[in-house]
Design a binder for this molecule. Structure first.
Ligand code: KIV
Ligand code: NA
Length: 272
């Protein structure tokens, strides 16, 4: 199983880290079989699985429910579970309590938290308690209403300098890796060069130590709109829709079920 040392070794070796989100048993199985090194049970599940329009409604019990299913589907992969909105902001006691609950129930290898500032203390405390932490900077969706929308972060000099500082502080606080979301590639490269822990980019260009994308996005599964940084490797929506339409029309026409789908018995045994 991966750990902090191996992750930093992969970075030092230039071995790109692959991360994909998963939210349930079948998606976790696919991610593990495909050889992704890290699975993220992202709070993006609120949007792609539960149909909310942001990650804000997602709860600790949602994360546990989905995290446990992912664990059952991917027993041998490094699983990171997101701490959801406001579960690590009220007090350090509450943050630790929520983290313990998620970490123990899901048997994750790490938890992910968004931002720096006061969150740095949480990263330190969790690490001290034995819970590996993944940081997350740039576009941090739990703060969408403060950021004023889903847009590229760190484009001006002040914001770029702040993000570099925050990244260093997150490493200093003990994080094992850092997700960089939706930032200019130049800044992502600079941050990656200045850290020893790996950076995992999403919309952060190629000069980072790994990539993460959302399962439903790369498969085009139930998502209406894809951001610029996503590459879809198949169109499951269309494929699945066609399959389900065929089922509906075959039931209507009587083409399904056929003999091979059907059980029989000796007609003599049928009640008269
Ligand atoms: O919730 C999520 O899927 C994430 C990734 C986009 C990094 O946090
Ligand atoms: Na997330």
């Amino acid at each position: 199983m991966l750990n902090k040392t191996k992750l930093s070794q992969m970075k030092a070796d230039g071995d790109k880290i692959t991360m994909l989100t998963a939210y349930d048993y079948p998606s976790a199985k696919i991610a593990e079989q495909a050889g992704t090194e890290m699975i993220l049970v992202g709070d993006s599940l609120g949007m792609v699985v539960l149909g909310y329009d942001s990650t804000i409604p997602v709860t600790v019990s949602d994360m546990i429910h989905h995290g446990k299913a992912v664990r059952r589907g991917a027993k041998n992969t490094f699983v990171v579970v997101d701490m959801p909105f406001m579960s690590y902001h009220i007090s350090i006691e509450e943050s630790l309590k929520n983290a313990r609950e998620i970490f123990q129930a899901t048997e994750a290898q790490a938890l992910k938290v968004e931002g720096a500032g006061e969150v740095l203390h949480t990263i330190e405390k969790l690490t001290y308690a034995g819970i590996p932490v993944v940081g997350h900077l740039g576009l941090t969706p739990q703060s969408v209403h403060v950021l004023g929308g889903y847009k590229v972060q760190g484009k001006d000099e002040r914001a770029a300098r702040q993000m570099l500082e925050d990244a260093k502080s997150i490493e200093e606080a003990g994080a094992v890796a850092l997700v960089l979301e939706c930032i200019p590639k130049e800044l992502a490269q600079l941050i990656s060069e200045q850290l020893e822990i790996p950076t995992i980019g999403i919309g952060a260009g190629a000069e980072v130590d790994g990539q993460v994308l959302v399962y439903h996005d790369i498969l085009k599964y139930g998502v209406d709109r894809l951001p610029k940084f996503v590459k879809s490797y198949m169109d499951s929506h269309t494929n699945m829709l066609e399959a389900v339409e065929s089922y509906v029309s075959e039931v209507k026409s009587g083409a399904f079920p056929e003999t091979k789908h059907t059980f029989t018995m000796n007609p003599d045994f049928l009640p008269k």
